[in-house]
Design a protein around this ligand. Structure first.
Ligand code: CP
Ligand code: NVA
Length: 311
């Protein structure tokens, strides 16, 4: 069900290319206002955002909370023990309770079905701050970073090396709307969700999945993420063996070529999926990505809350 006013932000391909570009334009505006310390820019004045977390977070929690408050709004951090979504009371009840008090709900959850249920029962926009399935806010911030660094998203080649996880699903769903090449390089058995791959290809996305590390050659971006996501940490010992030849290190970056930027959503485990040398190299844009989370999310909120008419 759509909210009474505005839109949910659950998957990148829920938006047209024009809408995604509008969000990126708004993100750029928010960043410019931030850098010039424009104190008159308060589009969220008088609005509140409930933020439900069932998992840990540094970037998502801080960037949403500070971003919304800098633009005049008030954000509530609801930690994993407060609401206990689905345990203390059903998700569909919480959706209606929080929608009764707030202008928007942001949630970081385990099961993707839970955020879909939250959205189904919420009369205000629901923003996906990561599920086991996807992480659209992150990939929009990464697209903003790519645009800033390379001047374009379309026509680029983005190669992800590592686990075929939530980050990969969001890149694939972005490739359904913007024309760039996306390659997922992963060890056998760690491929992304097959129906997402097939669905993205059917929608015209230029994507491939391979176990061949040579696919990094000529990439504009080499991207990696932790080998064990939140909820999978007990499998790290097996994963360390399975992913051993998929580390994004200096040799892999050299194979990609001098044009390649390094991206990571963070938090990173130096010595596992990447190295300290790559993280700290001039081609690493990991902290620009992290910073852009705040601006990208303010762009998303402006778009989804239809708040621009208040600017
Ligand atoms: N990249 C990201 O979402 O970071 P957090 O888990 O710290 O929010
Ligand atoms: N794939 C990681 C991303 C963290 C931002 C996880 O889900 O834990």
């Amino acid at each position: 069900n759509p909210p009474k006013k505005g839109k949910h932000f659950l998957h990148l391909d829920d938006f047209s290319k024009e809408e995604l570009m509008d969000i990126l334009e708004k993100a750029k505006l928010c960043k410019a206002k931030f850098y010039t310390r424009d104190e008159s820019f308060k589009p969220f004045a008088g609005q509140t955002m409930a933020m439900i977390f069932t998992k840990p977070s540094a970037r998502t929690r801080v960037s949403f909370e500070t971003g919304f408050s800098r633009l005049g709004g008030h954000a509530l951090y609801l930690d994993p023990n407060t609401i206990q979504l689905g345990k203390r009371e059903p998700t569909k009840d919480i959706a209606r309770v929080l929608a009764g008090y707030n202008d928007v709900i942001m949630a970081r959850l385990f099961a993707h079905a839970d955020i879909l249920e939250l959205a189904q029962y919420s009369s205000v926009p629901v923003i996906n701050g990561l599920t086991d399935y996807n992480h659209p806010c992150q990939i929009l911030a990464d697209a903003m970073t790519l645009l800033e660094r390379k001047g374009r998203i379309e026509g680029t080649k983005v190669v992800y090396v590592g686990d075929g996880n939530n980050i990969v699903h969001s890149w694939m769903r972005l490739a359904m709307r913007l024309s760039f090449e996306f390659v997922c390089v992963c060890p056998p058995g760690y491929e992304p969700c097959p129906s997402t791959v097939e669905g993205a290809r059917a929608a015209g996305a230029n994507i491939s999945v391979t176990s061949d590390i040579n696919a990094v050659k000529g990439a504009d971006v080499i991207y990696t993420d932790v080998w064990a996501s939140m909820g999978q940490k007990e499998s790290i010992d097996t994963r360390k063996i399975d992913f051993a030849s998929y580390q994004v290190n200096e040799q892999l970056m050299a194979l990609a070529g001098p044009q390649a930027l390094f991206m990571h959503c963070l938090p990173a485990e130096r010595g596992l999926e990447t190295t300290d040398g790559v993280m700290e190299a001039p081609y690493s844009v990991v902290f620009q990505e992290a910073e852009n989370r705040m601006h990208a999310q303010n762009g998303i909120l402006l778009h989804c809350l239809e708040a621009t008419k208040r600017v």
